[in-house]
Ligand binder design. Structure first.
Ligand SMILES: Cc1cc2nc3c(=O)[nH]c(=O)nc-3n(C[C@H](O)[C@H](O)[C@H](O)COP(=O)(O)OP(=O)(O)OC[C@H]3O[C@@H](n4cnc5c(N)ncnc54)[C@H](O)[C@@H]3O)c2cc1C
Length: 455
């Protein structure tokens, strides 16, 4: 008999898990509180005559699972219209090092020319080549690892804006192995981050790295729409789950459903509250920070004011935004005409109070700083979208904590999502496969990928 499985939460983690279960012949029901599914991959918001997605804008191509899921669903993926990015400095935007994995140059010449870093900072970074590798010891934060190997200046001015920025986190609180395990592995295998970057660059050249980002042709919502279409009427939106006890799922309104397995894909705090006293202790301790997306659309004739690149990242505290995407360069669209369209990111660890300001103040601050760096007039239209508690923070001990949480879950209850498995859509596509596998193993059904053939 087919196991009855309920997936709580119709974000990418829940939908992709349901899709993988379905591919194995199980027909899960997906219960989503909101009126539309997708979670952070939200429907477009209006910015004058445009409709722009306020959530993720791309898949990281170096992690193949998001692309594989998209292709499996029959979607066509496109590369960005621009490559390369910039770094915000006191004297304007400077090109971010091209081809440097995780922003770290694998070439001594590039270290000596490192844009946005003083000559003293560059020389300090070179010490990475001779400093003895740390092979044992307590788990480090990303900041501890980068500062120890490359120095404070390079860490703060050049690398943290990119790496901590991807997590909207504080470089000195994020766990190195939980966020960028590759860097820990580089030190272990090469004795140096610069040599590690060099080896990664060599491997990438051999394998033809292709674009850094990809996205479905018309945007990330295409992925959600395709998953929702495949789950069909078993996706039930506007249905809030209020409790999960002994594999009975309670719904708002008083009804309940008995199932064989429950996949909680609704975030850590919601999962803890649904499980109540049965929740593993660590579940409520995974914190998250709030961020905001500020769309700025400029008048016709401004498109050329944006430099040829995907956007820029900002060292902490140097500007009101933490990063910006040149939307009209990165994802060109005939609807933009010759208007510049920019998306700024605000908030994140240590800067969440920015989000309490009125929209007009946030827009004015971002626009003024953009005009100082680029030849842009005040924007013709704008939109501010706040993402409350949207970015889980992987602090020191995160991986052990997640393991402990999973071990402490009652039998037949599973968790998946950005609080546990990586914050990128691709990470979640991989985690969805693994979670589906575990549900099937628990239920004694066949494994995903092997579609159940009719008898
Ligand atoms: C601004 C921003 C930009 C980003 N950009 C990128 C990017 O470019 N590339 C990338 O790879 N990643 C990006 N990310 C990260 C990525 O989008 C998220 O990590 C991912 O979408 C989270 O998916 P999820 O399914 O884990 O959680 P969510 O999307 O939060 O889904 C959880 C769902 O559970 C539902 N739910 C909660 N409680 C209940 C309940 N009691 N009953 C029923 N349903 C419930 C919620 O309504 C929600 O729909 C970005 C994130 C943000 C905030």
């Amino acid at each position: 008999m087919n196991p009855r499985v309920a997936v709580v939460g119709g974000g990418i983690a829940g939908l992709a898990t349901a899709y993988r279960l379905q591919r194995a012949g199980v027909e899960p029901v997906v219960l989503e509180r909101a009126s539309t599914c997708g979670g952070v991959i939200a429907p477009p918001v209006p910015v004058a005559d445009l409709a722009l997605e306020p959530g993720p804008d791309s898949l990281a191509a170096r992690k193949p699972w998001g692309s594989a899921l998209s292709r499996d669903l029959g979607l066509t993926l496109i590369p960005p219209g621009a490559t390369g990015a910039f770094l915000w400095t006191e004297s304007g935007l400077v090109p971010y090092l091209r081809g440097a994995p995780f922003g770290i140059p694998g070439d001594v010449g590039d270290v000596l020319r490192w844009p946005g870093v003083s000559s003293r900072g560059r020389v300090r970074a070179l010490a990475d080549l001779v400093k003895r590798a740390r092979r044992h010891g307590a788990e480090e934060t990303l900041g501890e690892l980068l500062r120890r190997r490359l120095g404070d200046e390079v860490t703060e001015r050049a690398i943290a804006p990119l790496l901590a920025g991807l997590h909207a986190g504080d470089v000195d609180r994020l766990s190195a192995p939980a966020t960028f395990p590759e860097l820990v592995a580089w030190e272990a295998s090469q004795g140096s981050l610069i040599r590690g970057a060099q080896a990664a660059q060599r491997a990438a050249t051999r394998a033809d790295p292709g674009p850094v980002f990809l996205r479905p042709r018309s945007g990330m919502r295409e992925l959600v729409d395709a998953l929702a279409a495949s789950v069909g009427e078993r996706l039930r939106t506007g249905v809030e789950v209020t409790g999960v006890t002994d594999r009975t799922v309670d719904l708002a309104g008083g009804s309940s459903e008995d199932v064989d397995a429950v996949v909680l894909a609704c975030g850590a705090p919601a999962s803890a509250s649904l499980l109540g006293p049965g929740a593993p202790a660590g579940l409520s301790t995974i914190g998250s920070v709030s961020t905001g997306v500020v769309f700025l659309m400029y008048q016709p004739g401004t498109a050329g004011a944006l430099p040829d690149g995907t956007g820029f990242v900002v060292p902490r505290g140097a500007a009101p935004m933490t990063a910006a995407t040149f939307v009209s360069r990165k994802w060109p669209d005939p609807r933009f005409g010759d208007r510049a369209v920019v998306r700024c990111y605000v908030g994140g660890a240590g800067d969440e109070d920015v989000l309490d300001a009125p929209d007009d103040d946030i827009v004015e601050a971002c626009a003024r700083h953009l005009s100082a760096a680029l030849d842009l007039p005040p924007p013709a239209a704008s939109h501010v979208h706040r993402w409350w508690a949207s970015m889980p923070q992987y602090e020191r001990g995160h991986r052990a904590l997640v393991e402990e949480i999973r071990e402490g879950l009652p039998p037949g209850i599973f968790v998946v999502g950005s609080a546990f498995d990586g914050v990128g859509v691709s990470d979640l596509a991989r985690a969805a496969e693994e979670t589906a596998d575990q549900v099937l193993a628990h239920s004694g059904a066949s494994r995903p990928g092997r579609r159940k053939e009719p008898a």
